[in-house]
Design a protein around this ligand. Structure first.
Ligand SMILES: Cc1cc2nc3c(=O)[nH]c(=O)nc-3n(C[C@H](O)[C@H](O)[C@H](O)COP(=O)(O)OP(=O)(O)OC[C@H]3O[C@@H](n4cnc5c(N)ncnc54)[C@H](O)[C@@H]3O)c2cc1C
Length: 226
């Protein structure tokens, strides 16, 4: 299988009016913005600020490279400064988008020779959503770790045979336990490119487990959220 990747894209600053805030759970939501001429490579992130506010935060792009709109998937962090403000944005509110940034994209050198295993915790699924939607023929396995099965954000967007839900606090999933425990118990093809995204505890534990399984650092790409 050959995946045609886009060449490097430049960094832009754009002011956009919010089109929609769609709630997926009580505290997780998708923000939809116009895309206009904004170009990015699946896996990259933007820096976002709200009109009249001096702070900004990074968010992985959730939507596909060629989608009509630009989307991000956000969890409202209790006591956080920025994410609760995002949640309360209304249609028509103005936000400032910088980017795209980052190199957390598919490894083009391994696209034919390797399997792609995506390992996400929580909203760390966002860049993988963009990759899967951008490259419909991609041979991937997505392992998603959350606490409760309700956090399987839009799982219907993925091929059911390629998506594994790991829940640590309920049993309504494919695997009852942490995503790291699933990885520990799973055998992977030796030609696998791993992509890890989410919180640092999960990522560092997963990297240790993969190292113990014989995968070197070059096999593992990481995007740490916090
Ligand atoms: C490259 C990059 C991409 C990111 N992409 C996303 C994304 O797609 N979706 C997303 O929701 N967040 C993403 N984040 C995290 C995001 O930038 C903010 O840190 C998050 O929204 C919290 O901001 P806040 O101002 O509400 O919290 P702050 O007031 O800044 O408090 C920060 C604290 O919130 C906690 N925290 C941060 N993010 C999360 C989270 N997702 N879940 C639970 N606790 C968290 C941490 O413990 C951190 O110490 C990304 C971060 C980076 C560096």
């Amino acid at each position: 299988m050959t995946i045609q990747m886009k060449p490097e894209v430049g960094i832009n600053t754009n002011y956009y009016k919010v089109l929609e805030i769609k709630n997926l759970t009580e505290n997780t939501f998708v923000v939809t913005l116009p895309k206009s001429r904004f170009k990015f490579i699946a896996g990259q992130h933007i820096s976002l600020s709200i009109e009249g506010d001096y702070q900004s935060r990074e968010y992985s792009i959730y939507s596909a490279e060629e989608a009509e709109h630009l989307e991000i998937l956000v969890k409202e962090v209790e006591g956080g400064y920025f994410s609760p403000k995002l949640k309360h944005l209304k249609k028509g509110d103005l936000v400032e988008v910088h980017g795209p940034f980052g190199k957390f994209g598919l490894d083009t050198k391994k696209q034919v020779t390797h399997k792609h295993v995506f390992i996400a915790s929580g909203t760390g699924i966002a860049p993988f959503h963009s990759m899967v939607k951008s490259y419909p023929n991609l041979d991937y396995q997505l392992i998603h770790g959350v606490r409760y099965s309700v956090e399987a954000y839009e799982r219907e967007h993925y091929d059911a045979a390629r998506y594994v839900l790991c829940t640590s606090r309920d049993t309504n999933s494919d695997f009852n336990g942490r995503v790291t425990e699933y990885i520990r118990q799973t055998a992977f093809d030796k030609n696998t490119a791993f992509y890890l995204c989410g919180n640092s505890d999960m990522i560092f534990d997963a990297m240790e487990i993969l190292k113990d399984k014989g995968f070197d650092r070059d096999s593992v790409n990481v995007e740490v959220y916090f």
